[in-house]
Design a protein around this ligand. Structure first.
Ligand SMILES: Cc1cc2nc3c(=O)[nH]c(=O)nc-3n(C[C@H](O)[C@H](O)[C@H](O)COP(=O)(O)O)c2cc1C
Length: 318
């Protein structure tokens, strides 16, 4: 699959953009473990044009993680265009992605993210404005959902229109905005977009992929060009790896992840940031009589005490 000049190889697996999750450390780890491309969390365009420090910090990328996409969101075409120029100048990302899929109330009901699915002319105006703003410097891609709700699944025609705006690849999460994260992702319309003879740009499918096996099945069944994985990376960034890792290697990866967060955020905040991954990791599921140890693991507030518990757990599962 190619996005602009970037060759992502055959059947690429991509790390989904996730707020407060896909920071530089996590992106690097996922790249090393087999993700073909990684995405930043979404960054608000209004904050970018005001050069708000916290948002500018989200534009940090490093060469080892390339190809990397930076994702932006907002509702005003001119502000999105200005923000896009800032992103390109600051981060020189390999891809600039636009968020048309965020279902969160404070974003979608204010006309940004998936809210734009209720206003396709504005959504397309944003796509055009961003494509025009960055010119040939970087491919612009978009990520969206099937539509606003069950009665308005507009993705098949919207995909064509986005392509006509100059969008270079489209990621589709197989849910509507109304579904939020309920039900299971429906990939049939993603397949329909892919099979549309008018479509030339790569289509990346997203939603409820938990393993390489499920990703391969999605490639076979729906003909997508790429598969994007989000929540299944929590506590198992090796989900991208086509090689079988030992339990020891997996434990070491989780420890490395904790240390990277601690380096970036300080000891306590770094551990807090890692807890979501430790809590979700399949490594620590289904261990007999584990409840107390698990509670202690998720309460540990120093690296030494946390690692001691992780090693004790390793001894139980090795
Ligand atoms: C914690 C969290 C944060 C997310 N943040 C973003 C985001 O910043 N931008 C975006 O396009 N999608 C975001 N998403 C949606 C994911 O990219 C993805 O579309 C969704 O989780 C479905 O894929 P999955 O079933 O593989 O998790 C987020 C999802 C989660 C769980």
């Amino acid at each position: 699959m190619r996005i602009g000049n970037i060759d992502l190889g055959a059947r690429p697996l991509l790390l989904a953009p996730m707020e407060d999750v896909t920071d530089i450390g996590f992106r690097l780890l996922c790249r090393r473990l087999g993700a073909a491309m990684v995405y930043s969390e979404f960054v608000n365009c209004d904050a970018l044009v005001r050069l708000v420090k916290q948002s500018m910090k989200k534009l940090e990328v490093c060469d080892e993680e390339r190809p990397v996409a930076i994702q932006i969101y907002g509702k005003d075409p001119a502000t999105m265009a200005d923000a896009a120029r800032i992103v390109v100048e600051q981060a020189r990302p390999d891809v600039l992605d636009i968020n048309f899929g965020c279902p969160v109330k404070k974003i979608a009901t204010k006309g940004a993210g998936a809210g734009l699915l209720q206003d396709p002319p504005r959504l397309l105006a944003i796509a055009r404005a961003v494509v025009d703003a960055v010119g040939d410097s970087v491919p612009v891609t978009a990520k969206t959902r099937l539509g606003w709700d069950h009665e308005h699944k507009i993705i098949v025609s919207l995909a064509e229109q986005l392509q006509d705006c100059g969008i270079s690849a489209l990621t589709i999460h197989g849910r509507t905005r109304s579904q939020l994260y309920t039900d299971t992702a429906d990939w049939t319309l993603i397949g329909e977009v892919r099979r549309n003879p008018r479509m030339r740009i790569p289509i990346i499918g997203n939603g409820d992929i938990h393993s390489i096996g499920e990703a391969e099945a999605a490639f076979d069944r729906y003909g997508v060009d790429g598969v994007m994985i989000g929540r299944a990376t929590f506590g198992q960034p090796w989900v991208f790896s086509r090689q079988e890792l030992t339990t020891r290697q997996k434990v070491d990866i989780l420890k490395e992840q904790v240390l990277t967060s601690v380096q970036r955020l300080g000891e306590y905040s770094g551990i807090l940031h890692s807890r979501r991954h430790l809590a979700a990791s399949p490594l620590f599921k289904g261990i007999p009589d584990f409840r107390q140890t698990r509670i202690a693991m998720l309460r540990a507030d120093t690296v030494d005490s946390l690692f001691e518990i992780i090693e004790k757990t390793y001894a139980m599962i090795a």
